[in-house]
Design a protein around this ligand. Structure first.
Ligand code: ASP
Length: 585
């Protein structure tokens, strides 16, 4: 038998039991007469004890040949420790060893297998199987597992069926490029990997499977950005015979279930915030509502007082950093530098200090009287001790800039506690957004999203104004998921493709299968997909999704462990009818 217990199992009650443990050598301490070995597996660490004189000589000699990460099997008796370690679950006991068998040797690992390792990111990625031995990653994968189990439990209890959809498909436009797979059998033809199962889940609705879900890999060939993975996992769902509200309440239920079962947190009912309101109050379609600091527009009190910058601006808008009136010149300069960074892009920052003595001090005192400034602070309901931070410019841009400043202030003032969770729905997204590069509208969500019935009449006259029954699930400033009510009518879908710049022929070629299906009794339907890797990271209060994927790609989209992507042989290329690359001499 290779083990009777795991390395995390034994307690004081087990004293005098004969046991066999197997695991990895974490650490060896050899203090002359006494040798301690920390033996580790997924479940914990147990201390082994060997004592010269008492333990056999041969065994002592074997122990002295062991190195870190050797895999051994140790047999012995559980004894009570003389000096206990209350920090370890097994800290009351140790094993008085009578036999050790080396199951596998190990080279010296390239970094320490400790919670705080000395290994750099790239090295750890290359030896991912060693990195995965460390507790932080193990805990992350356990959390991910728990989430997937609870997701399935909840959806199953709500009558959803998990149905797999194919990975070798053809293009599904979700805004990114497709990864393509050349066909060997069909010369010159390609499969595409799904950016999501979107069209398939809609076809399942036509087929009558009115509650579908899948924990599914999606593939998007996007330009590299920090913390993007070319393949990632979604909780993908679709429901038929539903309106938006049915979907929101079903998935609000799932969010609550996950927080309750996985984190023991009760989540308040989710606010439903229209997109327009989110943009106006937070300058973002994914507002972090763990803290207030909502935008207040100041055009009526700040314009026409002779301050040119404001007078020429489309929007003058600010936030109240409560209790920050005592900020020094240096602190204010830092904030100005922050908004001037190219990533934020503001020209400057106006501040108003509402001093404790009731007076006002601003960076624009030349243009504004104490009464003027008082009327500004009135709009914020500010109190003595508060600090207003004001930006101005073109409305869309200035809102984005102030969003950055608000988040920065939230971070500085420690209002963004990673252990606090405030999810919300952002609803009523615009159906279309203008694409500057292509000079035409594109779908804000995807081409299958239905316009709000009451806005359909604007589709031809004012398409930019048309709202969709589309919604995002946002948690702590992060978009965790999104979905929509779909078009289920051939004519409307065709019209939509037209607005998006498809010719009828292109639409028929690419999406004929879906539009045809709509001619055979398509129920009203809608759905949602949640980013599963991101959700797991969020549940751990962390930012990087890579730490929640067993074998991720690095920031350059490479798997440095298996060395992929990589070239393939000329034989393979020929078979796939791809051009043979001549070797350079
Ligand atoms: N397919 C969409 C996505 O991947 C989600 C949805 O509309 O259900 O974002």
């Amino acid at each position: 038998m290779l083990r009777t217990h795991t390395c995390g199992a034994l307690r004081i009650e087990d004293v005098n039991t004969e046991v066999t443990l197997s695991g990895w050598v974490q650490k060896i301490r050899d203090k002359g007469g006494l040798i301690w070995i920390d033996l580790r597996d997924r479940y914990g660490i147990t201390q082994l004890l060997l004592e010269e004189g008492r333990t056999g000589e041969q065994l002592i000699a074997t122990a002295r040949t062991l190195g870190r990460e050797y895999v051994i099997k140790a047999t012995g008796t559980v004894i009570e420790r003389v000096s206990k370690n209350p920090k370890m679950a097994t800290g009351d006991i140790e094993i008085d060893v009578v036999d050790i068998e080396v199951l596998s040797q190990s080279k010296v690992p390239p970094f320490t297998i400790e919670d705080n390792t000395d290994g750099g990111e790239e090295l750890r990625m290359k030896y991912r199987y060693l990195d995965l031995r460390r507790n932080p990653l193990k805990n992350n994968l356990e959390l991910r597992h728990r989430l997937s189990i609870e997701t399935r439990k909840y959806l199953d209890s709500e009558g959803f069926l998990e149905i797999e959809t194919p990975y070798l498909i053809k293009s599904t436009p979700e805004g990114a490029r497709d990864f393509v797979v050349p066909s060997r059998i069909h010369e010159g033809e390609f499969y595409a990997l799904p950016q999501s199962p979107q069209t398939f889940k809609q076809l399942l609705m036509v087929a009558g499977y009115d509650r579908y879900y899948q924990l599914v890999k999606c593939f998007r060939d996007e330009d590299l950005r920090a913390d993007r993975q070319p393949e990632f996992t979604q909780i993908d769902c679709e429901m038929a015979f539903v309106e938006q509200e049915d979907i929101l309440s079903t998935f609000e239920g799932m969010v609550k279930h996950l927080f309750k079962t996985v984190k023991g947190i009760d989540i308040e009912p989710l606010e439903r915030m229209p997109y327009e309101k989110a943009m106006k109050l937070y300058g973002s379609d994914k507002p972090d509502i763990r803290f207030g600091m909502q935008f207040v527009e100041l055009n009526d009190v700040a314009q026409n007082k002779g301050f040119n910058v404001f007078d020429q601006a489309e929007l003058v808008v600010g936030i109240n950093a409560e209790g920050c009136a005592a900020y020094t010149r240096k602190q204010l300069d830092k904030l100005t530098d922050f908004v001037r960074r190219p990533q934020v892009g503001a020209k400057g920052l106006v501040y108003v200090k509402y001093n404790e003595d009731g007076s006002f001090k601003s960076s624009v005192d030349k243009f504004f009287s104490q009464d003027d400034l008082k009327s500004w602070t009135g709009k914020f309901d500010a109190k003595p001790g508060d600090l207003l931070l004001v930006l101005s410019g073109e409305a869309d841009k200035v809102r984005k800039q102030l969003n950055e400043l608000r988040l920065e202030m939230g971070t500085r003032l420690e209002l963004r506690d990673p252990s606090v969770y405030k999810p919300l729905w952002v609803v009523d997204f615009p159906l279309l957004e203008w694409n500057e590069d292509n000079n035409r509208y594109q779908a804000m969500h995807h081409p299958f999203t239905a316009p709000k019935p009451e806005d359909i009449n604007m589709l031809d006259t004012d398409p930019g104004k048309v709202r969709a029954n589309a919604y995002d699930l946002v948690i702590n400033g992060v978009e965790i998921g999104g979905g929509s009510i779909r078009i289920h009518n051939r004519e409307l879908q065709k019209r939509m493709f037209g607005i998006l710049g498809f010719t009828d022929e292109e639409a028929q070629n690419q999406f004929g299968f879906l539009m045809n299906a709509f001619e055979y009794g398509a129920p009203p339907h809608g759905g949602i997909a949640l980013g599963f890797d991101r959700l797991a990271a969020m549940f751990a209060g962390q930012d990087s999704i890579r730490e929640f994927i067993a074998f991720p790609k690095n920031n350059a989209g490479r798997d440095v462990m298996i060395d992929s992507p990589s070239t393939i042989s000329n034989e393979q290329l020929t078979e796939l009818h791809l051009q043979v690359v001549k070797e350079e001499k």
